[in-house]
Design a protein around this ligand. Structure first.
Ligand code: ATP
Ligand code: MG
Length: 342
């Protein structure tokens, strides 16, 4: 069976933007396609320190990231859904090395994420790991016959590199050993992401909400105290139009609140829009969204608290046994092709 594969970095506290724009649609898609595909929701923990992180908290943060997935509704008992860390499946690092030797320095050096991220770091803090990141990502994908790889737009160049390296490898060894993931356009179509959802920053609604933003009031993190979250909504930037309508261009702040209200309560946006259209008291809308968001956080955090580290270790044990079996079989076949094994 082919695979839908998605990796979730766990080194920052996710926001309700990540939850509504990524967790919920991904989990829905996983449930919709499990059985027709294997669903690999892995944690790319080996990728996490390509840029500096706090190593002391890192292990627990990884476990917490998985708890968020379960609290968001991921059915971990489904036999076709697999949760694992790439650090616990050694074939990822081994295939990465082999692929390194079939990737040209020039093509890796073109990756804009490397250019952007290394520009943010001091020269002596730019690691070889950061440079090698896309090749490890290619190994993550190619070990599992991954056809669909839902990604943020910043990752499409890496997907293209993966497709190039895998095709070159298949051609060189005259065998379709690697499944080539479908192109960017087909990935987007498959996930139904044409009108990509963007939750906006609460302080500057012309921008999206981002977990790495230093402006605490711009974002609501999944671990925010519900009262603090409510007060962030109450102080959200709006406009001076004086009438509520859904208009992302002229009233992005108000439209963002309407959107959050609909998504967090899982009701059609159109219903929320018609309830509020023409109202003039922005404060009433803010009150309503503030209470929706704080209720959501209270409920979500309650669910997270009920999941123990031991529960997660069990999920990982099962997922990593599966992943090692599949990945080792693919690695073995590759090793034979390149002449490392008979
Ligand atoms: P960073 O600031 O570190 O880039 P981020 O909040 O943009 O963090 P990513 O790790 O880049 O988060 O993306 C994780 C997933 O969340 C992606 O699928 C991305 O499309 C989605 N996502 C990120 N921000 C939003 C948002 N504001 N609204 C909807 N979806 C979002
Ligand atoms: Mg981002």
């Amino acid at each position: 069976m082919q695979t839908i594969l998605t990796g979730i970095r766990t080194n920052e506290e996710p926001t309700i933007g990540n939850y509504l724009g990524s967790y919920v649609p991904m989990i829905n898609a996983a449930h919709q396609h499990a059985g027709e595909f294997e669903i690999n929701m892995f944690i790319p923990d080996l990728h996490s320190f390509t840029t500096p992180i706090n190593h002391a908290d890192f292990y627990d943060q990884t476990l917490k990231g998985i708890k968020y997935y379960i609290a968001a509704g991921l059915d971990i008992d489904n036999p076709h859904i697999h949760v694992y860390r790439n650090s616990h499946v050694p074939a990822h690092a081994e295939l990465c090395w082999i692929l390194d030797c079939f990737t040209y320095f020039g093509e890796a050096a073109r990756m804009t994420q490397f250019k952007e991220k290394s520009a943010e770091l001091k020269e002596n803090a730019v690691s070889v790991g950061l440079f090698n990141y896309p090749i490890l990502m290619a190994a993550d994908i190619l070990l599992y016959n991954s056809k669909y790889v839902p990604l943020g737009e910043d990752q499409f160049q890496h997907l293209e590199l993966c497709r190039d390296v895998a095709s070159r490898f298949n051609r060189k060894f005259k065998q379709d050993i690697f499944t080539i993931p479908v192109s960017e356009a087909e990935q987007i179509k498959f996930m139904g992401l044409e009108n990509g959802l963007r939750i906006r920053s609460l302080t500057d609604p012309s921008k999206k909400m981002s977990k790495s933003s230093k402006a605490e009031k711009s974002k609501i993190s999944l671990s925010d105290d519900p009262k603090t979250a409510a007060s962030k909504i109450m102080s959200a930037t709006t406009d001076s139009v004086g009438k509520i309508s859904f208009d992302m261009f002229n009233q992005p702040g108000i439209s963002n609140l309407l959107q959050i209200e609909a998504l967090i309560n899982n009701v059609p946006l159109q219903d929320v829009i018609s309830t509020w259209a023409g109202e003039t008291h922005y404060g009433d809308l803010k009150q309503k969204v503030a209470s929706s968001v704080s209720e959501f956080l209270e409920d979500f955090q309650g669910k997270v608290a009920q999941i123990s580290d031991a529960d997660i270790e069990k999920v990982l044990e099962k997922g990593e046994a599966y992943a090692n079996e599949v990945a080792n079989a693919k690695l073995y076949a590759v090793q034979k092709l390149v002449g490392l094994r008979r």
